[in-house]
Design a protein around this ligand. Sequence first.
Ligand code: PEP
Ligand code: MG
Length: 553
Amino acid sequence: MIRLQGKGVSGGVAAGPLYFYRRGNGEIERREVADTAAELARFEEARKTAMEQLGALYEKALAEVGEESAQLFESHQLMLDDLDYVESVQGMVEGGLNAEAAVADTAEIFAEMFANMDDAYMQARAADVRDISGRVVGILTGAVAGGIDSDVPVVLASDDLAPSETVQLDKSKILGFVTRGGSGNSHTAILARTMGIPAICSVGDALEDGFEGREVIIDGQTGEIVFDADAAARDRLLKKQAKERALKELLEKLKGQPNVTIDGRSVMVYCNIGSPEDVDAVLQNDGGGIGLFRSEFLYLQNNDYPTEEQQFQAYKTVAERMGGKRVIIRTLDIGADKQADYFQLDHEENPAMGLRAIRICLTRPEVFRTQLRALYRASAYGKIAIMFPMITSVWEVQEIKRICANVREELMREGVPMADYVELGIMIETPASVMLSDRLAKEVDFFSVGTNDLTQYTLAVDRQGQSLDRFFDAHHPAVLRMLKMAADNAHAAGIWIGICGELGADVSLTETFLAIGIDELSVSPSSVLPLRSTVRSIDSSARRDEILAELAR
Ligand code: PEP
Ligand code: MG
């Protein structure tokens, strides 16, 4: 038996074989081949596998996000079948080049050709040809699309996973995550919590490649990892798993019950999601609405900007499935750890303070307008609200509102149906937005506090920093005082305030949040019922004055 220790970042016990995420290393080997017929056959076999994968992705996208998005995979199949493309690869292989290098060279020739065309649509196809070629190269080199090639569900191990990799994983294959690096506030950990999958990060080099395939049990709460557990350890951990399941069943009884304290105070308990698929978990856990739809994950799943129609379908699906409950969609928050190559953002020394989130939208209005058009169009199908991330100044909000009004007018002229009123809110996640919350509150319909970034910027501690855990203290009085200040200013202006950062699910602070006057808590779907249970056990008036006095002290 081998025991390792990491940092538990998403609770739950999982048991199964360990499997390392398969990622191509980006380097393509070049070599001369003598048996060109065999190499041509290798290429043909890989092309066939890629075609099958694209067919499966088409079916998956069709079921999950609709025809418009699914068509992308159909067009990729056509590209992979294009005679000029295939003949180019074949010609190079017949000349003695290995298949992966021939595919990569052909991709560059075609991408260059597309990029030099006058038509913007054709220029954008450069990314597609690189994408399909990357898939074929991945198959030829043994790297796996989606990172997992296993018939049975696994505990997925990796150095670290980028958010764009995590969103593309086949969730039905994953029992848990263990990573050598990473932090509890990274978006990968947040995604694991959204999916309700146990996860452990910061295990370090003790997580050896040689553990591949061995039976492992992980405890995502304590960070314990046990390989080839002896009877006692197995028994202890599996008992804990059974207990967790029993508790879950107990919490089931709270479905349909209100989130009301003993003294009758109501709080809205909403959910954070990253994709339309997550609505299943919201409905299963009886979420009262969606307090944060991280729309950037739609961008991270794609190899090119999602079109207005693709986005419209995704937002409409979520709005319709939530059946009139509030759905707060945050405009794209790309940048920092959430990178999509096609945005071609310049390298930055401090990306968390760089061109990210609303700054990208205000710098690239065409990207912003496409998303806003999709959002306003989808507003006809449910109760959509729009939220803007990383606000620091009043002028940003005024400019955003002008752009929104403009987009609305444009759609109105086109006769497109829309909701009569769409609430606009902002994230309070920079110290500047807290300090200006009195003025900002007069501009919008609601505030939602992003405690992940607010903690990072207030305490000047990188939320991704692995060895900074001790300093990343979301309970810090500076953070809690900021919450109070923003809440007071929100209420003075007659608007509501919520928390959508990870702190919202921290039940050790629920009583404090109620004392501060927080109106809404948006948490991962699996945290809804535990939070409801806590809310219902609190008498919010009992210690209110004491808590506020302690904060002010
Ligand atoms: C936050 O910063 O708290 C937040 C909710 O947004 P994200 O984690 O996506 O940055
Ligand atoms: Mg944030």
